[in-house]
Design a protein around this ligand. Structure first.
Ligand SMILES: Cc1cc2nc3c(=O)[nH]c(=O)nc-3n(C[C@H](O)[C@H](O)[C@H](O)COP(=O)(O)OP(=O)(O)OC[C@H]3O[C@@H](n4cnc5c(N)ncnc54)[C@H](O)[C@@H]3O)c2cc1C
Length: 443
């Protein structure tokens, strides 16, 4: 195997990760004669993570929140895409190791994002359902739908309870949005699909270890989101820490338990830096310490942006929030700085511009915090729809999502309630099974 990237007289910028940050940077450098861009990503597509929950709840097809990287960079001859994983960085030789072989860089940009943080809880790693990739969102959809099928075939109320109940851990936007949508489904489409099941027995729990939902948002938005969820019949438990799950029962630190087979883990993320950087520049959440030019501490030609980077400003002493906007803005700013550098000009410091945060809680309800204004309700929901629609990559995806949303709104019917299972090769080879699961990105 060989990455086969020709060496030219242009400066080579190797970008690892085509998420919000890496993709924005690559787009800004595409077509510029000063640079050869090598964009490395584990998958051949960009993922719009904020809408995973709609894939998990049958509202959207996976393909409408994914965008093929080669379609973004069609006819950009200075961009070389390689679908592979970076396994190690060697700053001393300015190379990285990938599954395809080593690649040299003039500038390296680490934009590898973050993964689910299970806080080392082994049973939860093995049994809970995370949602940090589109394959995990599809797995969650399959599991939830399969549970309703299974609930039809059991006799005891205890087993039925296990299949029907859902516990979501983590009161951030993901947890809140998931619970809101599950609650809407329980009220609308599920009783029609499964008239033999009694959905009054299905309980949806949202467990949060802190004292409020939507931690970084305004008090108004926090209270309103809790009120909306409670009105939808979601049982919100604050100041409650989940500490174990045996596949049938969730155990809380205060000694209480909940019967469910379905534990969804949305309780935090951990950055995923590549191996090879000094341990002292990586904090306990895996974030790489960078300066205001996004330069990794101690290195002039290695940069980190987005969720994996920890850049502090006076207003953000603990780093920027791990959301899309810092990644996008840092990608754009770094592109400008790299252009300045090759022109012999000094780089400029990055300053984060907070454009606001928002979350939706079921049909017609959302909370929006803009820097100087917070609002909630139907108008907030329309703003949420508009902002998310406009942020999606690709006109076709925007149209598909718009049509799906209108259909769901008018008919109360998530049309994608499909259980799509991978067909495993004969002979139960674990490695092959894992490979199929990893690669499963279907509708
Ligand atoms: C369920 C969910 C809901 C969210 N909702 C919101 C929201 O509503 N609003 C908001 O602003 N933010 C939201 N976020 C957070 C937001 O998606 C992230 O902050 C953002 O994606 C960070 O961008 P990034 O470029 O740093 O990394 P990412 O977008 O995570 O991209 C990292 C990329 O790097 C690739 N990669 C990782 N390791 C390697 C490797 N070793 N080799 C090659 N490629 C690699 C990955 O495949 C991925 O494509 C949500 C996140 C999740 C999971």
């Amino acid at each position: 195997m060989n990455p086969n990237i020709p060496r030219t007289d242009r400066k080579r910028v190797v970008i690892v990760g085509a998420g919000f940050g890496g993709l924005r940077l690559a787009r800004k450098l595409a077509g510029r004669k000063e640079f050869q861009v090598v964009l490395i990503n584990k998958n051949n597509f960009h993922e719009f993570q904020p809408l995973y929950y709609q894939v998990a709840t049958s509202g959207l097809e996976a393909s409408s929140i994914l965008f093929p990287l080669r379609a973004v960079f069609q006819n950009c001859k200075n961009v070389h895409i390689r679908v592979t994983s970076v396994t190690q960085v060697h700053p001393e030789t300015s190379t990285i190791d990938t599954d395809l072989g080593p690649i040299e860089y003039d500038y390296l940009v680490i934009a590898t994002g973050a993964d689910t943080n299970f806080f080392g809880m082994k049973n939860i790693i093995e049994r809970a359902l995370p949602m940090k990739s589109v394959s995990e969102a599809i797995t969650l959809r399959n599991r939830i739908l399969q549970n309703f099928e299974d609930a039809l075939s059991v006799d005891s109320s205890d087993e039925k309870e296990g299949f029907l109940n859902v516990v979501v851990v983590g009161g951030g936007p993901t947890g809140v949005e998931l619970c809101g949508t599950f609650a809407e489904m329980r009220r609308t489409v599920l009783p029609s699909d499964y008239p033999e099941l009694d959905f009054k027995r299905m309980q949806i729990y949202l467990i949060e270890s802190g004292g409020e939902l939507l931690g970084p948002m305004s008090k108004e938005s926090q209270e309103k989101s809790q009120e909306y969820l409670t009105r939808l019949g979601v049982i919100v438990q604050l100041n409650t820490r989940v500490q174990d799950f045996d596949g049938k029962t969730v155990f809380m630190a205060d000694g209480s338990t909940i019967r469910t087979n379905n534990l969804v883990w949305a309780a935090g993320v951990r950055a995923t830096p590549p191996v090879g950087l000094p341990a002292e520049i990586i904090n306990k959440s895996g974030r790489i310490l960078v300066n205001r030019y996004s330069q990794v501490q101690g290195f002039d030609t290695i940069f980190a942006i987005g969720d994996v980077a920890l850049m502090t400003e006076e207003k953000y002493p603990n780093g920027h929030p791990q959301i899309a906007q810092p990644a996008i803005q840092q990608g754009k700013h770094l592109a400008a700085n790299l252009i300045r550098t090759v022109k012999g000009k000094p780089m400029e410091e990055f300053t984060y511009k907070d454009l606001g945060t928002m979350a939706t809680i079921g049909r017609g309800k959302a909370v929006v915090d803009l820097p100087f204004w917070s609002f909630q309700g139907v108008f907030a929901w329309m703003v949420w729809l508009f902002v998310h629609l406009m942020s999606i990559v690709g006109v076709k995806n925007r149209l598909l999502i718009f049509i799906n949303w209108m259909w769901n709104y008018l008919s109360d019917d998530q049309s994608l309630r499909l259980i799509i299972k991978p067909k495993l090769p004969k002979g139960n080879f674990e490695a092959m099974k894992q490979k199929v699961e990893d690669q499963l990105v279907t509708k």
